[in-house]
Each structure stands twice: as C-alpha cells, then as structure tokens.
Design a protein around this ligand. Structure first.
Ligand code: NAD
Ligand code: UDP
Length: 310
C-alpha cells in the first residue's frame, strides 16, 4: 500500500504518517510547510518508506508509481493561522481539493478529506449530528476556513458522484496532542504555554463557550477505520466529553501545577458558543469511540510542552 498525505508535516499529518508507516504502508508526504515544521517528521525522514515532496497542493502535482490512498489534510487549521492566510486557506480547500482528488482519480485511489466541526458554524443544534447543515457566516472572520471546508466536502461528493471515486469525509472536532505548535493560537497551546511560563491564562469572553477535546491517537484510529470502510457520507470523529473554556483553563492550571491567574479578553466574532460531536454514527459504522481520557491525554501533552518551554 502506498498512501499520499497532504499536510503530512503538520500536527495531525505527522501522526497519520507515523500510523500508516507502522501499518506497513509507504507514505508520500506533500507539504509546503506554511504551518507545518520539518521537526514534526524528522524522526521519519530516514525511513526508506517515507518520501517528502515540498509542494503547494493548490498547484498541479503529478506523482509517479502506484498510489492506493490520498488523504487531504493540508490546510492552516488554527483560527490565528487561517486568519493570517485567508486566501491560501480558501485555495487549499478548493484548488487543493481539486488537485488531490485528481491524483486519487488518476490512480484509482481511495480519497479521504479532513473536514471539520466548523462546517456546522455556530451550531443551533446540540450535540452536532452529521445531518445538520450548519449555521455559518459566509463573510465573517472565520469564513475563509468554514467555506473552504464546505467547498472541499462538495467537491469530494462531486468526484464521488460524477467519477465514482471512493471518497470519505471526516468531520474532525477539536483535537490536541504532541507536536501542536506552542504559538498556533489555539486554546490548548495558549493555556499550557501560559501556565508553564507563569503568565496569565487568556480566557476569551466569559469562558462559557464549550468545546470537546479529542486526543490525537484516538482521532488517527477513527480516520484509519473510516478509510477502510465503504461509507462516503460525512462522519464526525471527536471526543464527546464537553466542558466550558473556563473549566478547561482550571484543568490546565491543576495539571501543570501552575499558580498563574486567569484574565478575560474579548470574545472573537463568530466564536461558536457550543460544540460537542454526536458520535453515534462512528460507533455504529466503525466500532470506534475515543479511548484516551482528557486527564491522560493532557498529561502526555503537557510533558511534551514542558520540554519546549524548557
Ligand atoms: P497543521 O497546521 O499542523 O497542519 C496542516 C499542514 O498542512 C501543515 O503541515 C501545512 O504546512 C500544510 N499545508 C497547508 N497548506 C498547504 C498547501 N497549500 N500545500 C501543502 N501543504 C499545505 O494543522 P492540523 O491541526 O494538523 O490540521 C490538519 C488538518 O486537519 C487540516 O486540514 C485541518 O483543517 C483539519 N482539522 C484539524 C482539527 C484540529 O483540531 N487539529 C480540527 C478539524 C479539522
Ligand atoms: N480561546 C480562549 N483563549 C485563548 C485561545 C482560545 O479562551 O487563548 C477560546 C476561543 O475563543 C474558543 C475556544 O477557546 O472559544 C477554542 O479556541 P481554538 O482557537 O482552540 O479553536 P476553535 O474551536 O475556536 O476553532
């Protein structure tokens, strides 16, 4: 098996690359390092089954040899990253999906695209099920990401319906773990970095908005199962254990043993008020559910960040 992973040098992409290599696949990682880092894959580059192509997937790419699977994970993913590069974000979901789907079609490969809970926008139903169409502001400050991912889903379905490509869509909910960038602006690296440096934790708004955090090894396992299924409609993968951002800040203080204070900053516009995946479909279809508790996942992740902060 030979698997091409776009965004393979990113946080999730590097964990996927590791998993597919461990399963005996050859892995072709396509990345332009806009938000990924060489150090994420440094431990893989000497493996003869791992190849890196430095390339912007929004531009045409022709890959020699057989390809069995294409996983499209390239995209800035944190609000700070995608708001810094709105046009690149829209391009990688649209033009990048077109190129990646073209590779899958040319090689007769399976295709899996990394979609997101953001396709539900600021959701009016709770928890979110896959049949909910979402509540997205098409011109708001998160629109470059939300609409890029919604277009990516539509393009994936078009290739499935028109060309018969075996496609899969995973809607990923907030995921965390080793190799997130400390400066990517997401809540976990922000809070952990602040707690370890003794700085105040920046809670946005009153911290009453909720999220549900999934450890990366659980996500990767769900993706691996979905790729090997025959199901082409979207599937939520995430951990349904939900908490408010203020509760999360207190958990981080407890697990780091930090004496930092909590300070309140303005809530960014269109910040979803609540988010929790309904994972009934993943349970039924894939026999999948998360195994790593937040306590265990946070312990591992905090250890990783402790080495970075010094
Ligand atoms: P990340 O920023 O660490 O990884 C993204 C990778 O894609 C980086 O290595 C980046 O350099 C690469 N990339 C971006 N644009 C590219 C382009 N045009 N050509 C080639 N490479 C490009 O982010 P992540 O958290 O690992 O997210 C990976 C994927 O999962 C993204 O598609 C993201 O939207 C999706 N996702 C992540 C989460 C999460 O909680 N982490 C949630 C929902 C969806
Ligand atoms: N957040 C926060 N403080 C921070 C960073 C983020 O309170 O320093 C909040 C943010 O407003 C959002 C939640 O934490 O409500 C999750 O933010 P993140 O950027 O991690 O991802 P999102 O789920 O919003 O895409």
């Amino acid at each position: 098996m030979r698997t091409l992973i776009t965004g393979g040098a990113g946080f999730i992409g590097s964990h996927l690359s590791e998993r597919f290599l461990a399963e005996g696949h050859s892995v072709v990682c396509v990345d332009n390092f806009i938000t990924g880092r060489p150090e994420n894959i440094r431990h893989l580059v000497d493996n003869p089954k791992f190849r890196v192509i430095v390339h912007d997937i929004s531009k045409p790419l022709f890959v020699d040899g057989l390809i069995d699977n294409v996983l499209h994970f390239a995209s800035p993913a944190s609000p700070v990253d995608y708001q810094k590069s709105p046009i690149q974000t829209l391009k990688v979901g649209s033009l990048g999906s077109h190129v990646a789907l073209g590779i899958a079609k040319a090689h007769g490969a399976r295709y899996l695209t990394a979609s997101t809970s953001e396709v539900y926008g600021d959701p009016e139903i709770h928890p979110q099920t896959e049949d909910y169409w979402g509540h997205v502001n098409p011109v708001g400050e998160r629109s470059m990401y939300d609409e890029s991912k919604r277009f990516a889903e539509a393009m994936t379905m078009a290739y499935h319906r028109e060309h018969g490509v075996r496609t899969h869509i995973v809607r990923i909910f907030n995921t965390y773990g080793e190799r997130m960038r400390l400066d990517d602006g997401r809540v976990l690296p922000n809070f952990v970095g602040q707690a370890l440096r003794g700085e105040s934790l920046t809670v946005y708004g009153e911290g009453q908005q909720t999220r549900s955090f999934c450890y990366v090894s659980d996500l990767v396992d769900g993706i691996f199962r979905l790729l090997h299924s025959d199901y082409h409609m979207p599937v939520n993968i995430g951990n349904p254990s939900e908490l408010t951002i203020l509760e999360f800040a207190k958990e981080i203080l407890k697990h780091t043993g930090s004496k930092s204070q909590i300070v309140y900053k303005p809530l960014p516009s269109d910040d979803p008020k609540q988010r929790r995946p309904d994972i009934s479909l993943a349970r039924k279809l894939l026999g999948w559910e998360p195994k790593v508790s937040r306590e265990e996942g946070l312990k591992q992740t905090i250890e990783h960040f402790r080495k970075k902060v010094g």
